[in-house]
Design a protein around this ligand. Structure first.
Ligand SMILES: *[C@@H]1O[C@H](CO)[C@@H](O)[C@H](O)[C@H]1NC(C)=O
Length: 262
């Protein structure tokens, strides 16, 4: 364990039962300080308390909205909270989903999709990359959490089936998700040369969260790991991305349960 713990930041915690929260829990257990960015201060504070009670160092940085100004100010607060902790991992897991026939989609919903899925992703990436570019490489002997990964940092974007395929009700949602994929590929190429690892993760299938459980009310779906994604399993893959060494980096991964039709 390095003397100064590295910092992990995740945006998009939802109700604390999905990918963002599971990833925060796993990175906390793996020795990172954890900065939680999200709307919904109640869920955020609850997760921070849970992590701190488990012996981690976690702090909630609640946002009113996902505007670039709010994201910039959250990163400034993180920096003043932990001035000596190097930011090594940033996960953009925030999103705005709208599934409606095209003619029913309002201008506000289109704007919200662009604001949260695109503008916020740009602002988050900018803030994280400004930190990563200042850091030295983690090398085999410095005891860094990422070991011999030879990277300055890892930036992961959570995508969806709609990142690569439009469908009948996804015009606004997939426009946003396609944009994040294009952003992440561009960043992977631009910043790879500085040993900054940018990855895009396509989550292709239903994720087991409190919300999907209450929507489906189907105990057999909940119980059968072959048919739905477990957020803890997604988190394991995110940690694996962070641990990949610089001779074999994945830009894109896609994850789906064994029995998913695709
Ligand atoms: C596309 O939408 C249809 C109708 O809602 C749905 O049955 C199908 O599973 C969707 N396809 C994908 C790849 O999500």
């Amino acid at each position: 364990m390095p003397s100064v713990r590295p910092l992990f930041v995740v945006a998009g915690i939802g109700d604390g039962s999905g990918t963002g929260a599971a990833t925060a829990r796993l990175f906390a257990r793996s020795g990172y300080r954890v900065a939680l960015i999200s709307r919904g201060p109640d869920y955020l504070n609850k997760l921070a308390t849970e992590l701190n009670q488990a012996g981690a160092e976690a702090t909630a940085f609640p946002l009113n909205d996902y505007t670039p100004a709010s994201i910039k100010s959250a990163f400034a607060s993180i920096k003043s909270h932990w001035p000596s902790s190097p930011l090594r991992v940033a996960v953009f897991n925030a999103g705005y989903g709208v599934w409606k026939p095209f003619l029913d989609i309002t201008e506000d919903e289109v704007r919200e999709s662009i604001d949260t899925n695109v503008l916020a992703a740009f602002a988050f990436a900018r803030a994280a990359l400004l930190e990563f570019t200042k850091l030295e490489l983690e090398t085999p002997n410095d005891g860094g959490v990422a070991g011999d990964a030879r990277k300055r940092g890892t930036l992961i974007f959570t995508g969806a089936t709609a990142s690569i395929r439009g469908n009948t009700t996804t015009s606004a949602f997939s426009a946003g998700k396609f944009a994040i994929r294009a952003l992440s590929q561009s960043l992977a190429k631009e910043f790879g040369k500085q040993n900054i690892h940018v990855a895009h993760s396509i989550i292709d299938g239903g994720i087991l969260t409190d919300r999907t459980k209450s929507q489906r009310k189907d105990p057999s779906w909940e119980a059968n790991q072959d048919v739905r994604l477990d957020p803890n399993s997604i988190a394991k893959t995110y940690l694996h991305l962070v641990e990949q060494d610089s001779s074999a980096w994945a830009w894109e991964i896609d994850l789906r349960p064994a029995h998913e039709k695709w």
